[in-house]
Design a protein. Structure first.
Length: 117
């Protein structure tokens, strides 16, 4: 079982591969469907990754029909809009397609961001 706290630690140690750690968590959370994976808060760094992890977790909780832990709501929005793709040509699509949990924190992703093969 992969916890959100572990994912945050992995990302802190290896930021270049954040997508790998995040998507491993997404897959595992969908498989396990347990609040134990997100019960313990991670150490916040105050950057956009905190907001991305919180938004992702809340979206996954919504998807499987469980209440997201309250501590996630304490994680603030990004100071500046964060377009996860990093590609200027996709910004308009991301503005339109981002799920609510991401838009609330000024994070913009394409609708298939959490889709897995």
């Amino acid at each position: 079982m992969i916890t959100l706290k572990q994912v945050r630690q992995q990302i802190n140690e290896d930021e270049a591969n954040w997508r790998l750690y995040l998507m491993d968590f997404v897959d595992d959370f969908r498989r396990q469907k347990t609040l134990g994976q997100v019960a313990e808060p991670f150490v916040r760094t105050g950057d956009k990754m905190d907001s991305l992890l919180a938004s992702t977790t809340e979206s996954l909780c919504d998807e499987i029909g469980i209440q997201a832990p309250g501590w996630l709501s304490e994680i603030p929005a990004c100071k500046e809009p964060y377009f996860v793709s990093g590609l200027d040509g996709l910004k308009a699509f991301a503005l339109l397609q981002s799920p609510l949990r991401f838009r609330i924190r000024k994070i913009f992703v394409l609708e298939n961001f959490l889709s897995r093969v």
